[in-house]
Design a binder for this molecule. Structure first.
Ligand SMILES: Nc1nc2c(c(=O)[nH]1)N[C@H]1C(S)=C(S)[C@@H](COP(=O)(O)OP(=O)(O)OC[C@H]3O[C@@H](n4cnc5c(N)ncnc54)[C@H](O)[C@@H]3O)O[C@H]1N2
Ligand code: MOO
Length: 401
């Protein structure tokens, strides 16, 4: 049995980045940027007004002064006229600043009679002008390679006049549920059967992570059925199997796939849930054999599959995805398996998060998995910890990007 950290290192050490492709801005959300997005123009391309009012020379536009309006320049219609002593040009938010002007006098600080305005409150030089390149300069790197493209990144690329973005190909992940007892959601379950929930949960998780999941037909607990599933895989980047990973007489995934050429790198890790995790290769394709208990399959996917996808897409992340919290109840000493306790989170008045693990942590239980907000991480051989002590968590969050 190997440690979780070693298992992750061994998985990641075998994974190479996928190829690149070009997508339009409309298709870029959530994709991983594969080359820096370089601004094709400066923003703003030329100096513009930040307000509705008059383009003036600050030295002229003192309180009580009167200026002649020589014309107007709505946004999108720059004027050829120059502002000279004693004159001004009517402009609007987004209008190009005309030659000669050095500031914008907002219309609220004027009174107007015909083609003349009187300044009711003077202006300082540069006021309300957005200089050329205020936001970014032509050629500047707007989005670095490795970044998951957020709505804001896509807006920035659009502002930089970049309609096409170079991104990493989406990882294609085949998901193979195994087991004679498995039926599909919606089927009439015969006696002894169980609904195969894990594949749908993992497909959703993977899709959110930017992969292209493919749910394969369920394989039966026979070598022939498992071998048939493994032999017709097509072009995929990762195979996930669910179930049949443990030591029972019908846990045949490793041996049956072995007949198809699976080379096992490791089997069994010091982790709860997730002990029977298996990793190997079928030809060049990495295979992660997930335990059948659906909570174990999910937790192993968070801990191993998501990092593997990041290695394929080159996605960079700023930290390890864990954060501190305080325990909402006592927890007992841990054994040799790295534990991942499903827990609810409450924000306390002092700003810290209080994580309270569910009393029952059975890895078959989908309801607490869906209800939990975080996994409380318990290192192998961690001592008993009391309510109020600091712990580390992986938080399941809804992000706004
Ligand atoms: N003697 C031992 N027995 C078990 C051990 C052990 O070390 N010694 N390990 C236990 C642990 S830990 C786990 S986890 C399970 C995992 O076993 P398998 O990977 O072989 O999984 P199965 O036996 O096929 O299924 C386990 C459980 O999960 C249900 N299942 C299977 N597939 C799905 C699915 N797609 N969706 C929802 N539920 C699924 C299946 O019906 C079983 O109830 O082994 C322990 N046993
Ligand atoms: O992975 Mo098993 O669920 O550790 O119980």
């Amino acid at each position: 049995m190997i440690e979780v950290s070693e298992a992750l290192t061994r998985i990641l050490s075998t994974i190479a980045p996928l190829g690149i492709e070009t997508v339009s801005l409309m298709d870029a959300t959530g994709r991983i940027c594969a080359a820096p997005v370089l601004a094709r123009l400066s923003n703003p391309p030329a100096a513009v007004s930040a307000m509705d009012g008059y383009a003036v020379r600050a030295a002229d536009a003192t309180t009580g002064a009167t200026l002649r309006v020589i014309g107007e320049a709505p946004a999108g219609h720059p004027s050829d006229l120059s502002v000279t002593d004693g004159t001004c040009l009517r402009i609007f938010t987004g209008s190009a600043i005309p030659a000669g002007a050095d500031s914008v006098l907002i219309q609220e600080n004027t009174t107007r009679e015909g083609e003349r305005i009187t300044v009711t409150e003077g202006v300082t030089a540069g006021r309300f002008i957005r200089p050329q390149g205020l936001d970014f300069a032509k050629g500047q790197s707007l989005v670095p390679a490795g970044r998951r493209l957020s709505a804001r990144d896509i807006g920035l690329a659009a502002a930089g006049n970049c309609p096409w973005l170079t991104v990493r190909r989406r990882p294609r992940v085949a998901i193979l549920s195994t087991g004679d007892e498995i039926v599909l959601p919606g089927e009439a379950p015969p006696p002894g059967s169980i609904v195969g929930s894990a594949a749908f949960m993992l497909a959703a998780l993977l899709r959110r992570a930017g992969a292209e999941p493919v749910i394969l037909p369920v394989a039966r607990d026979t070598p022939a059925s498992l071998r048939e599933a493994a032999s017709g895989l097509g072009a995929i980047d990762l195979l996930l199997t669910i179930g049949g990973a443990s030591v029972g007489d019908y846990d045949l995934v490793k041996s049956a796939l072995g007949e198809e050429g699976l080379v096992t790198d490791f089997w069994k890790i010091a982790m709860r849930p997730g002990k029977p995790l298996m990793f190997g290769h079928l030809g060049a394709t990495p295979v992660i054999g997930l335990p059948g208990n659906p909570v174990a399959a999910f937790v192993c996917s968070v801990v191993f599959v998501l990092p593997a996808l990041r290695a394929m897409t080159g996605e960079t992340v700023s930290d390890d995805g864990t954060e501190p919290a305080v325990l909402g109840c006592d927890v007992p000493a841990n054994d040799h398996r790295f534990d991942h306790l499903r827990a609810t989170l409450v924000r306390q008045p002092d700003g810290t998060l209080r994580a309270t693990p569910f009393a029952r942590q059975d890895s078959s239980m989908m309801a607490p998995l869906a209800a939990c907000d975080a996994l409380v991480l318990r290192e192998p051989h961690a001592a008993a910890a009391q309510k109020g002590e600091v712990c580390r968590i992986i938080r399941f969050a809804t992000f706004v990007d």
